[in-house]
Design a protein around this ligand. Sequence first.
Ligand code: 5GP
Ligand code: MG
Ligand code: MG
Length: 180
Amino acid sequence: MHNDIKKTLYSEEQIQEKINDLGQMITRDFKEKNPLVICVLKGAFIFMSDLVKKIDIPLEIDFMAVSSYGQSTKSSGVVKIVKDLDVPVEGRDVLIVEDIIDSGLTLSYLVDVLKGRNALSTTIVTLFDKPGGRTVDLEVDYKGFILPNEFVVGYGLDYAEKYRNLPYIGILKNEVYSHS
Ligand code: 5GP
Ligand code: MG
Ligand code: MG
């Protein structure tokens, strides 16, 4: 375990098992749909890469980068598109792949944008959900793990751009925050 981690919440094996299940459900539900799978960068990059390997239907992928938190652990409430999609979503069944949902602000904004561009359907899959942080109504179609209201890192998720490479998800020691 990394020296800055206080506690592991879910191991690499537990995460992979969950992604297997999610992939099977999505494979079943998206048969004959040829979805456009959108990775919300940066946090979802590892989840996206593991998930699409478990979806056994033809699909296309694209990436979008949004920023809402900056260096802090609290949402600013402002969502900015830092990198937009390369392909149009009009008429497409879109599957949005997100790492974690807290307030729901990021995804409710993204869903509005994609609906405004006339996506045929929008579906959300998130590996982690923190329902206790929700400030907007958001329909989440597939959820991996439900987490308490705590800031987590690893498996793509960062604190000040660090810890994304940890293969598990965990909680940082308190002193990590006070020293940065
Ligand atoms: P929301 O807009 O739902 O409040 O937050 C969504 C984004 O905030 C996530 O995609 C993620 O980038 C970041 N975020 C929310 N909770 C956490 C957390 O516990 N840890 C980390 N590292 N990022 C989080
Ligand atoms: Mg994210
Ligand atoms: Mg972040």
